[in-house]
Write a protein that binds this ligand. Structure first.
Ligand code: 3PY
Ligand code: MG
Length: 254
């Protein structure tokens, strides 16, 4: 169990080392708290899949007590979805299935206050209900992370223009959706899927953009850590529960 509080931002750490997160999709502050206490650097809170609401997401961020950064995957790329998520105090957004430069530009614009973008200004938890307003708005455009998922072959085809978007921080491969979009559902190590991922890596390397990857096991993400990916996501809350339950049951009914 790790009870350290963070002294450097996730965005800053990314420039030096890999940071480890996990997907949390069950709407439970206790699960978010437990994953943060377990020592994950950051949590990938998922509003794209599953039943979680923005309010539940906010409660989960509160429950971490600042021990882990929380990046939230928005359910869709709309101004309202991005604004509500950032208003919770999230450390940034993860945008699923970005296929074009226009979508990448919108993601950045919705995430940044004017003049860099068009994020609306509200009295919310993000700036301590107004108490830390000046401090928050001064640093938000700089510190909050914009993570774009490449997880469709169309996104791979447009990676050159997507990765040229000013203001994006990480290109994050979604291997499951990517493989599905290529007619290779779940075959995340298929040579054609690996070739598509290699194309994204090549462009991100040229442009100096950090990359992220998701895998269910440490073994599945290890090759990507070794290749220099920095925003690493391993496992899911539901996966941990089911695997733990299966292990216990296996001991009871071998
Ligand atoms: C995918 O693999 O499609 C994902 O979105 C993982 O984050
Ligand atoms: Mg996906």
């Amino acid at each position: 169990m790790d009870t350290r509080s963070k002294s450097t931002s996730l965005k800053e750490r990314l420039t030096r080392e890999a940071v480890y997160g996990t997907i949390v999709s069950l709407p439970s502050p206790e699960i978010a708290e437990a994953m943060a206490l377990a020592g994950f650097d950051w949590l990938f809170i998922d509003l794209e899949h599953g039943a979680m609401s923005v309010l539940e997401c906010q409660r989960m961020i509160q429950a971490t007590g600042g021990r882990a950064d929380c990046l939230v995957r928005v359910p869709e790329l709309t101004e309202s979805a991005v604004k509500k998520v950032l208003d919770t105090g999230a450390g940034g957004i993860i945008v699923p299935k970005v296929n074009t430069a226009e979508e990448a530009e919108l993601a950045v614009a919705y995430s940044k206050y004017p003049p860099e973008g068009q994020r609306g200004v509200g009295a919310t938890r993000a700036h301590g209900y107004g108490i830390h307003f000046s401090d928050y708005v001064e640093r938000a455009n700089r510190d909050l992370m914009v993570v774009l998922q490449i997880e469709h072959i169309e996104g791979v085809e447009h990676i050159e223009s997507i990765a040229s978007t000013p203001g994006l921080d990480v290109i994050f491969i979604g291997p499951y959706d990517l493989s599905a979009s290529m007619g290779l559902m779940g075959q995340v190590d298929h040579p054609k899927v690996l070739e598509a991922i290699a194309r994204v890596e090549e462009v991100c390397k040229q442009k100096g953009i950090h990359m992220g990857y998701f895998g269910m096991t440490a073994d599945s993400v290890r090759p990507y850590i070794d290749k220099g990916y920095r925003l690493i996501t391993c496992g899911t809350d539901t996966g941990f529960l089911v695997a733990g339950a299966a292990e216990v049951l296996g001991g009871l009914r071998p």
